[in-house]
Write a protein that binds this ligand. Structure first.
Ligand SMILES: [Zn+2]
Length: 335
């Protein structure tokens, strides 16, 4: 029988996924070329962290011809990019239960559809219809509105795109690497080393005191009014729980004892995995470091409700685990 803890964060926007990743297909010879030859294959377009969207704000799914046409509009000859199995233009994201393969096409930064922020309704007319007014949207901005089918695939596409962008060379010898496993690894032909997408663990925590107040911070790098839960990267040789205690102490001077894991979600901007926690504070005096953290304070529910209603406090976006942590605290009054 499943044990359900009431503290677990469910349905984190970017952690939802209904399409199997189908890792068994990645080493199948010509898997990308075969998928592109199948009109049933569906392709999402990604460029510099942005996704091509429908007018309604969902992912704009393309057939292979349209994806090729979009790529060609960016200056690449679709034939060459399609045929080259070592190209890092195409990524295999997964396969639906009915066998439909799902790909991403990576477009160059200077793609004509990406100039400015204007609606792109007439720039490219694709075989399966015009590119609509949805234009491009960042996963960070649109992720909360995606359904579970699109969210997991879009998150994988953005994560892989960012990794390929930033890791074209072998970290051992500096040689240019080639893509392998349908976009899920890179290989150095000089020293034979294999390289896989990086994921950097970070902790993010709802710190609560004995009066059930929530600790929020305002980082020096943030716009005025932005407040959020504390967060930070896990350092080398450190556990996630240790990172929670260290970050809270460093950024605010607050000491925490009990640390409880509540859930995680990928945050591919560019390569984080956010590990969410609730932490209990044993001290309440705040001393911000002034370097990363400009200000921090304790909020009661009434104070936070009033501050967000007045616009004095702007909470993080709907795709973030930070907002989920705040909402979980807000909904759960003291026992
Ligand atoms: Zn190498």
């Amino acid at each position: 029988m499943a044990h359900v803890t009431p503290h677990v964060l469910a349905d984190l926007p970017l952690a939802r996924s209904t399409v199997p990743r189908a890792a068994e297909l990645r080493d199948v010879p010509h898997v990308i070329a075969d998928a592109l030859a199948d009109p049933a294959t569906r392709v999402l377009a990604v460029r510099d962290g942005g996704l091509l969207l429908t007018d309604g704000g969902g992912v704009r799914w393309l057939d292979p011809r349209s994806a090729g046409a979009l790529l060609a509009a960016g200056g690449a000859t679709d034939g060459a990019a399609t045929a080259d199995p070592t190209s890092d233009v195409w990524l295999l994201l997964g396969a639906r239960d009915d066998g439909t393969r799902v790909l991403a096409v990576r477009l160059p930064d200077e793609h004509p559809l990406t100039t400015g922020g204007e609606p792109a309704d007439v720039l490219v007319h694709l075989p399966d219809g015009p590119v609509g007014r949805g234009g491009w949207g960042s996963l960070r901005a649109v992720g909360a509105a995606l359904d579970a089918h699109d969210a997991g695939l879009a998150t994988a596409a953005v994560a892989l795109d960012a990794w390929h962008d930033r890791h074209p060379r072998c970290p051992r010898c500096g040689a240019t690497t080639r893509v392998a496993q349908a976009g899920w690894s890179r290989v150095c032909d000089v020293d034979g080393s294999e390289h896989y997408p990086r994921t950097d663990p970070a902790v993010i925590m709802a710190v609560v005191d004995d009066a059930d107040r929530l600790l929020l911070g305002h980082a020096t790098a943030w716009p005025a009014g932005r407040w959020s839960t504390l967060a930070g990267f896990v350092e080398a040789g450190e556990s996630a729980e240790q990172a929670v205690r260290r970050e809270v102490l460093e950024e605010t001077g607050v000491v925490v004892d009990d640390v409880e894991y509540v859930g995680s979600q990928p945050w591919p901007f560019p390569a984080s995995l956010m590990l969410g926690f609730r932490a209990h504070a044993t001290s309440t005096r705040i001393r911000v470091d002034g370097v990363e953290m400009a200000d921090a304070r304790w909020f009661t529910r009434d104070e936070l409700t009033a501050a967000t209603a007045s616009g004095q406090v702007l909470l993080p976006g709907g795709a973030s685990i930070a907002l989920a942590l705040v909402e979980q605290w807000w909904r759960r009054p003291p026992a």
